[in-house]
Design a protein around this ligand. Structure first.
Ligand SMILES: NC(=O)c1ccc[n+]([C@@H]2O[C@H](COP(=O)([O-])OP(=O)(O)OC[C@H]3O[C@@H](n4cnc5c(N)ncnc54)[C@H](OP(=O)(O)O)[C@@H]3O)[C@@H](O)[C@H]2O)c1
Length: 286
């Protein structure tokens, strides 16, 4: 199978590159080699390489910055996704595209299934929802995977930030009233690969997230517990649990962003299980 991967230097893109089956031919692109907002270049690349599948791991992921940079957020997350869907459609390739739990506002404190009506609370969520709709309308062979709270040993993420902050200050203030499921990018990459391997080419929207529900403060606490096993200094770090109202951020975030992953897990030949947080923390502290 020949795959065109976009955003290959991001968290999910990097984890995908590390896990691709050896017998797959991978064309890995990044923002320098393929800017997905450039429809002409996207179409050229797709027509030149004729992939069987495009996996879109590229995205504008700066949730707070999107509030003041909405043009860029929409250019990448909406128009860029449409460009890929139209190019995939033109050669009959499948498209796997990534989206977010932030298409929901999370006000209702219920576990989020694929058939629930989205209602984003911020610009990033609106741009991602637009991307989902544009791709699904442009190309039937599209699978959208919504995920949440992605972390990994690569790129920018909450685990890295906590490990860094824990070395800079004795007490870290962390929001305790937003609930979500941290998702290891490596587990998401496994799910994407298993979905790609299915001959039945499932289409539509699927949810995939880690299995543990927690607040950001719980997550921070767990990170420090794991880190303290490798470096005593982390044992002294205190997590001060605060309310969203006491934490300044430009974008609103879902209060309750728990994605129900059962539909996707059930169609994969082998469900994906959580990689322990300890493994990622230990890679980061090496
Ligand atoms: N991170 C999360 O917590 C999270 C949660 C839910 C859903 N998601 C979704 O999952 C996907 C992957 O997330 P991630 O955490 O792996 O993101 P990431 O680490 O920020 O990587 C995104 C990649 O997209 C590239 N990119 C940005 N604009 C581009 C453009 N115009 N053309 C081509 N590439 C471009 C970036 O390259 P540059 O760095 O060179 O700009 C970056 O390498 C995204 O669709 C995101 O919306 C992420």
């Amino acid at each position: 199978m020949r795959i065109l991967l976009t955003g290959s230097k991001g968290q999910v893109g990097s984890c995908l590159r590390e896990r691709f089956p050896e017998n797959w031919e991978l064309i890995a692109s990044d923002s320098q080699t393929l800017n997905i907002t450039d429809a002409h270049n996207v179409l050229n690349m797709v027509k030149t390489f004729e992939p069987d599948m495009i996996i879109n791991a590229a995205g504008y992921t700066k949730v707070d910055a999107a509030e003041t940079d909405s043009d860029k957020a929409f250019a990448v997350n909406a128009t860029g996704t449409l460009n890929l869907a139209q190019a995939a459609q033109s050669i009959g390739a499948r498209l796997i595209h990534l989206s977010t739990e932030q298409v929901f506002d999370g006000h209702h404190h219920v576990v989020l299934t694929e058939n629930m009506a989205p209602n984003p609370a911020n610009i990033y969520g609106h741009s991602k929802l637009a991307g989902e709709l544009l791709a699904l309308n442009a190309h039937v062979e599209t699978a959208v995977i919504r995920t949440s709270w992605v972390y990994s040993e690569h790129g920018h993420n909450f685990v890295k930030i906590m490990l860094q902050k824990g070395m800079e200050a004795p007490t870290i203030r962390v929001v305790d009233d937003q609930i979500g499921c941290p998702t290891y990018a490596g587990d998401l990459a496994e799910a994407i690969i298993r979905l790609a391997e299915l001959k039945s080419s499932p289409r539509g929207i699927f949810h995939f997230a880690g299995s543990q529900q927690m607040s950001w403060a719980d997550f921070a606490q767990r990170i420090f517990i794991e880190a303290a096993k490798l470096d005593d200094r982390y044992g002294k770090v205190k997590v001060e649990r605060i309310a969203t109202a006491d934490y300044k951020s430009a974008a609103k975030r879902p209060e309750f962003g728990i994605l129900d992953s059962r539909t996707l897990q059930n169609i994969l030949q082998q469900p994906v299980t959580d990689t322990p947080l300890s493994q990622v923390v230990s890679k980061l502290l090496k």
